[in-house]
Design a protein around this ligand. Structure first.
Ligand SMILES: Nc1ncnc2c1ncn2[C@@H]1O[C@H](COP(=O)(O)OP(=O)(O)O)[C@@H](O)[C@H]1O
Ligand SMILES: [Mg+2]
Length: 257
């Protein structure tokens, strides 16, 4: 839908503008590093946190307890700085990985560790933290939701995508996210926006920004280059730059007064 494109490009734009940026990949596809333009050499060294079996076991094990008992609030404060990698413009990336399907339906240690990490990252860090979330928001607890300053929900101009986004918005609101904004990506003509505006009239979220369908994004993908590096003047990148401008202003209005 464009979540990774938008998250990665925004992270780069904040970093280029001089902000300290920590990008978090919390999607199972784990492809944020491509959009960020991280080199292959660095990419090859990344191990997603959700796959660090030994470390997860050490952190979550409860001494003397039997199997199936583990600590659901492990100590994770050292993890971001230990396992993040540095990308272009000094931006930092931490790859968490997506939801680990529990065999028995209970919350497994991997998910407990990632939930706690996200809480630490979103509530306790002071740099610009940009998270590429899984569409189901599986790791988002109430405490973490309150730490999200702005949630951008990315939709395509289609019924199916709008239905999914409507569910994500409801869930985010229930969890306590305050500022939820809708972005429409892959727009082909402006008439789509007026139809969407009608559809979302009672959603109580603004259609905050739109980004056109742009073949340059697909070319970048095929070329293995980040869209921002491939063609910084393409139409879609131009609109993501405008989105960055709005978010930067919003940050000043909301937090830096
Ligand atoms: N505005 C756009 N114009 C053209 N192609 C796009 C655009 N946004 C995303 N894409 C393409 O759509 C696919 C999905 O984008 P991606 O950002 O990975 O979505 P998500 O993270 O939501 O799954 C990718 O192949 C990407 O290159
Ligand atoms: Mg993605």
């Amino acid at each position: 839908m464009g979540k990774t494109l938008i998250a990665g490009t925004l992270a780069r734009l904040f970093a280029i503008d001089g902000f300290k940026v920590l990008a978090i990949d919390n999607d199972s596809a784990m492809n944020l590093s491509y959009t960020l333009g991280i080199s292959d050499a660095v990419k090859s060294k990344i191990v997603p946190i959700s796959e660090m079996k030994k470390m997860i076991e050490e952190r979550t094990v409860v001494k003397g307890a039997g199997p199936g008992v583990y600590n659901i609030t492990p100590n994770v404060s050292d993890i971001p700085d230990r396992f993040k990698v540095t990308g272009p413009n000094e931006l930092q990336l931490l790859v968490l990985g997506g939801i680990v399907e529990p065999a028995s339906g209970c919350l497994c240690p991997e998910n407990a560790l990632i939930r706690t990490l996200l809480y630490n990252l979103l509530v306790k860090r002071d740099e610009v933290v940009i998270v590429d979330f899984e569409a189901g928001l599986e790791h988002l607890g109430r405490g973490t939701a309150k730490g999200i300053d702005v949630m951008l929900v990315i939709a395509e101009p289609s019924q199916k995508s709008l239905d999914l986004c409507s569910k994500i918005i409801d869930l985010s609101r229930k969890l306590g996210v305050i500022n939820i904004y809708l972005i429409i990506n892959k727009v082909i003509d402006e008439s789509q926006l007026s139809i969407i505006n009608d559809r979302i009239r009672d959603w109580k979220v603004p259609l905050y920004h739109s980004i056109p369908f742009d073949p340059e994004i697909g070319k970048a993908d095929l070329n293995g280059t980040s869209p921002l590096d491939f063609n910084p003047d393409s139409k879609a990148i131009g609109d993501i730059k405008k989105l960055f401008g709005k978010l930067k202003q919003l940050k000043i209005d909301l937090f830096d007064l």
